[in-house]
Design a protein around this ligand. Structure first.
Ligand SMILES: Cc1cc2nc3c(=O)[nH]c(=O)nc-3n(C[C@H](O)[C@H](O)[C@H](O)COP(=O)(O)OP(=O)(O)OC[C@H]3O[C@@H](n4cnc5c(N)ncnc54)[C@H](O)[C@@H]3O)c2cc1C
Length: 485
């Protein structure tokens, strides 16, 4: 492109994916290019949000990221935040199922063990016998096949392993149910081992576990930032040197002769505010329902693919309890709760001060509860005070703690987590194929190749490179950006 011409790139959505895209674009394109970050809500960060509860930083969205994938740690270090990286304490998590709370088995892939003995503590003798017999059940598996995790596992190993371990673990990550989530997207290494010829699910998990086990002390699996993940949001905005437009939902996208036109929602626009933005290139870093709406006109095939990804809503409730409550807290970093525990509303508690050394305080004990599974919106359909009451009742049932919190916070994540159904990879491939011919358009975010922060960052890096490549390949100058009303 002719670098003398003004150029504007619009990034829609200011979650980790949009923020990372904007930052990476700035690094790739330099200071001359105008990068506009358009965010529908009034705050930056999307599912990253740190609040101060009774004087202690608490993440009420994502709270940590995997360090076994490189992207998040690399980004943190690149932004100069490496000194703030912290790992969880050695305190182990537990799981509540069949009326008992037990340590979470450690040698599994999302609850799938390599050997039945590794989950013996959680299952009845009959349940354990079904798991032990799984390798003897003939497996019809063709490479590339996909199946719902729960359905496949129930057929082969009975219900208990799913209900007591696999479903609670998947629910913790996806707010989804094992019977609806696809094996290939949620346990990709197990699917790959099956593709390579593993004769059973246990054999596949065993192969993955054996490949991953290195001698010596186990390396930490997760990390976060000492002051909370909003620190990453702040660093990205500042390094990206972008102009964020907050409270500005994009409600339409159209192809123009020279690029793209984005219609800006009028909900929060004051007099004189622009109602559209023209851009040479656009990155959509927004959840699947928003992608579905925005792509419907310009790219119906991409829109249809996005429309096939359902989303789940969830909520996080933080309680700051008086310090005395610590004595009654179990010796665990938290507890996952099986959906079969019908009397409990919460799907997981994190005992934040036990899990993270930096979150412990001499005055209060922080407890973080998660609620909401796909298809069970009813749990969330109560006001904040009722949600806090439900969390307190569950905490009392599990730990005996009835102390009144000194402070509480409720964060709701409507449609916050995409559901990776069987065949999710094909849906995403269809979406990516549909936009492949449009060099000035890219998509990033949790809808695509993983809901975790490292996977989102990877999609953002790819989107930024795609747009930078497109802009540098455009020889005739695109029109300069205009805003209009
Ligand atoms: C409660 C919770 C806990 C989680 N815990 C973890 C964890 O511990 N570790 C981990 O790795 N992952 C975790 N995740 C997943 C991870 O946080 C998310 O997958 C990731 O942050 C998604 O980032 P994103 O930028 O793709 O989307 P989002 O964060 O959803 O951001 C999308 C943004 O787009 C905006 N937007 C939507 N439509 C429009 C529009 N039309 N116009 C303008 N803006 C629009 C939204 O307001 C939002 O700010 C968690 C998720 C949730 C909800």
């Amino acid at each position: 492109m002719n670098s003398a011409q003004p150029c504007r790139v619009v990034v829609v959505g200011a979650g980790i994916s949009g923020l990372t895209t904007a930052y990476r674009l700035r690094k790739l394109l330099g200071p001359a290019v105008e990068i506009v970050l358009v965010e529908g809500s009034r705050r930056l960060g999307g599912a990253l949000r740190t609040v101060e509860l009774a004087g202690v930083a608490l993440d009420v969205g994502a709270e940590a990221f995997l360090v076994r994938r490189p992207e998040a740690v690399a980004l943190v270090q690149e932004l100069g935040l490496g000194g703030q990286l912290v790992h969880p304490t050695p305190m182990a998590p537990s799981v509540r199922a069949a009326g008992r709370t037990r340590p979470l088995p450690t040698r599994t892939i999302m609850g799938l063990p390599g050997a039945a003995a590794d989950v013996a503590d959680l299952l009845s003798p009959q349940g354990l016998a079904r798991v032990a017999a799984e390798p003897t059940v003939p497996l019809r598996w063709e490479p590339g096949r996909d199946a719902a995790v729960g359905t496949l596992l129930r057929e082969r190993a009975g219900d208990e392993l799913v209900d007591r371990l696999v479903d609670p673990l998947l629910g913790g990550v996806y707010a989804g149910r094992a019977d609806a989530l696809g094996l290939r997207a949620t346990l990709p290494t197990v699917a790959a081992a099956l593709d390579r010829g593993a004769g059973s699910l246990l054999a596949a998990a065993g192969a993955v576990l054996a490949a991953g086990s290195a001698p010596g002390r186990p390396a930490p699996v997760f990390a976060t930032l000492r002051g909370g993940l909003s620190g990453l949001v702040d660093a990205l905005v500042s390094a990206a040197a972008v102009r964020p437009l907050l409270g500005t939902p994009v409600c339409g996208l159209a192809r123009t002769v020279a690029g793209w036109r984005l219609e800006l929602g009028s909900r929060l626009l004051g007099a004189g505010e622009p109602d559209h933005l023209d851009a040479d290139a656009v990155v959509l870093a927004i959840p699947a329902p928003a992608l579905w709406r925005l792509l419907a006109d310009p790219l119906p095939a991409a829109s249809a693919a996005a429309g096939r990804v359902e989303v789940a809503s969830c909520a996080v409730v933080g309680l700051a309890l008086p310090r005395d409550a610590a004595q009654a807290l179990p010796e665990a970093s938290g507890v996952l709760v099986a959906a079969t525990e019908k009397r409990l509303s919460v799907k997981a508690f994190t005992f934040s001060g036990r899990k993270w050394a930096h979150a412990s305080s001499p005055e209060v004990v922080l407890v973080r509860a998660s609620l909401g599974r796909h298809g069970e919106a009813r749990v969330l359909q109560r006001d904040d005070a009722a949600l806090v009451d439900a969390v307190r009742a569950d905490l009392a049932a599990l730990t005996g703690i009835t102390a009144k919190p000194v402070a509480t916070v409720v964060a709701r994540w409507g449609g916050g987590l995409p559901q990776y159904a069987p065949g999710h990879g094909e849906v995403v491939a269809a979406l990516e194929r549909a936009i492949a011919g449009w060099g000035g358009l890219a998509v990033a975010g949790a809808t695509l190749h993983g809901v975790g922060l490292p996977a989102c960052i990877a999609t953002a890096d790819a989107a930024a490179h795609r747009i930078a490549g497109y802009l540098s390949s455009v020889t005739s100058a695109p029109r300069g950006g205009t805003m209009g009303s």
